[in-house]
Design a protein around this ligand. Structure first.
Ligand SMILES: [Zn+2]
Length: 429
């Protein structure tokens, strides 16, 4: 790592730690300056936003602060997904020099997000802020169950700092319980369904680890899942609310009560879905985010597909970062093989994420060992997708494909990426 990058990271991390405890009023000028920069960049150099600003009759200079954002329309991952990358990124971007992150978020629509190496560093620093707030220490061994592909170890791990182990998202945890026992992780990073599977293995005696901290991210966790994890893994999970477009958005601290918003890196608006206007604290609304740091692919008034409410007042921990009351993130169910074995839904979601021609998808299970794949877009290579799903869910898996014109949420309920109708739902409070 070069000296310039290290110095910059050091400076950024000190500033992040300082602002964590400050009242947001103390860095309001910083937020305003960052917002004006990103709005100006988007409105002048990103074709998608140039068009949006023009249609809304808003000039970049009209946006003086966060309160002026409401004049702009809300944009969705669906809208961005349908556009070529040149339309959603700063003109002249050199894609070979950028990182591509992808995820379907809550909505089943795969979106590629382009970030600079520096932006990736800053997202990593934000993740560190989140972990430290929960009680993570530099000497801890962290087991990360959420990466589709495990990255190489970083240089810092050779010093015994920030050591990480991975079990890739598409792997079956049942095959790795011995390895996890040997790792003896202090900290586990997982999602609600994966925590449920870990609890199953702890209950059967296959898993014997008692991590000091467990972080849940990427899915809404039900109260009974939380209680079960506390009983079987020895610690109550700490929720982190994030999206691949931004990294961590809001997080529980060790108090596990409310979610601190990373308010120096993004602006979270909670709005009425019908009008786009802000709702009062305590009222559940649509989460709309404006990223303050994106310099390649800005996100302005971007709906991540989740619901949440703002909470007035301060957390008992003393941090100044403002709070969300609740986050109703992604709802995702466990899948079942023909013999009733529970399988993480994440492997199958990666299969769909990586299938060309899929605009949006949903996985529905009505019987163990059977799967309905609903795809907007397509048609896809069904034999190939079936073979890849069978590798995860058993060789006898019966797969049906359906190509509806549009996949939308059922009634007033949130869109469910993976729905299991044949077992008691594994999530949903
Ligand atoms: Zn707190």
């Amino acid at each position: 790592m070069d000296l310039v990058r290290m110095t910059r990271l050091w400076r950024d991390s000190r500033a992040l730690r300082r602002r964590e405890w400050q009242d947001p009023g103390a860095y309001r000028d910083l937020v305003t300056a960052r917002l004006r920069d990103v709005v100006h960049l988007a409105a002048t150099r990103v074709p998608h936003y140039r068009e949006l600003f023009r249609e809304a009759g808003v000039r970049p200079d009209d946006v003086h602060g966060p309160e002026d954002l409401a004049a702009l329309p809300i944009t969705t991952n669906r809208a961005l997904r349908d556009l070529p990358r040149e339309a959603v990124t700063v003109d002249g971007s050199d894609f070979d020099a950028l990182y591509d992150k992808w995820s379907s978020g809550s909505t089943g629509v795969t979106l590629h997000t382009w970030v600079t190496p520096h932006e990736r560093d800053v997202q990593a620093l934000n993740a560190l802020r989140v972990f430290h707030a929960g009680g993570y220490r530099a000497r801890d061994v962290l087991l990360d169950l959420l990466e589709p592909y495990a990255p190489k170890p970083r240089a810092i791990e050779r010093l015994g700092l920030y050591r990480k182990h991975y079990i890739e998202l598409k792997e079956d945890l049942a095959d790795h319980t011995d390895a996890i026992n040997r790792m003896r992780p202090d900290v586990v990073l997982a999602s609600a369904t994966l925590l449920d599977l870990l609890c199953d293995h702890a209950e059967s005696g296959a898993l014997t680890v008692r991590p000091r901290l467990v972080f849940n991210t990427g899915e809404r966790i039900a109260p009974r899942q939380r209680e079960r994890a506390k009983a079987l893994l020895g610690t109550a999970p700490i929720d982190v609310y994030g999206a691949s477009e931004f990294g961590p958005i809001a997080f529980q601290c060790a108090e596990r009560d409310g979610y601190h918003i990373n308010a120096d890196g993004l602006i979270v608006d909670i709005v009425d879905p019908a009008t786009g206007r802000p709702v009062p604290p305590g009222t559940v609304g649509q989460v709309v985010i404006t990223g303050l740091l994106g310099r390649v692919m800005p996100f302005i008034r971007y709906s991540v597909g989740d619901l949440a409410a703002l909470r007035p007042g301060r957390c008992a921990c003393g941090r100044g970062l403002p709070l969300l009351e609740s986050v109703q993130g992604r709802l995702i169910d466990m899948l079942l093989t023909a013999d009733g074995t529970k399988v993480s839904p994440w492997g199958p979601t990666i299969v769909l994420e990586e299938t060309p021609g899929v605009d949006r998808y949903q996985l529905v299970q009505d019987a163990p060992g059977a799967l309905l794949v609903r795809i907007e877009g397509g048609p896809v290579d069904e034999a190939d997708v079936t073979a890849r799903l069978r590798a995860l869910l058993g060789g006898t898996l019966a797969v049906r494909f359906e190509y509806p014109d549009s996949l939308t949420a059922e009634g007033r309920h949130k869109f469910r990426l993976v729905v299991n109708r044949c077992a008691p739902p594994s999530t949903g409070a």
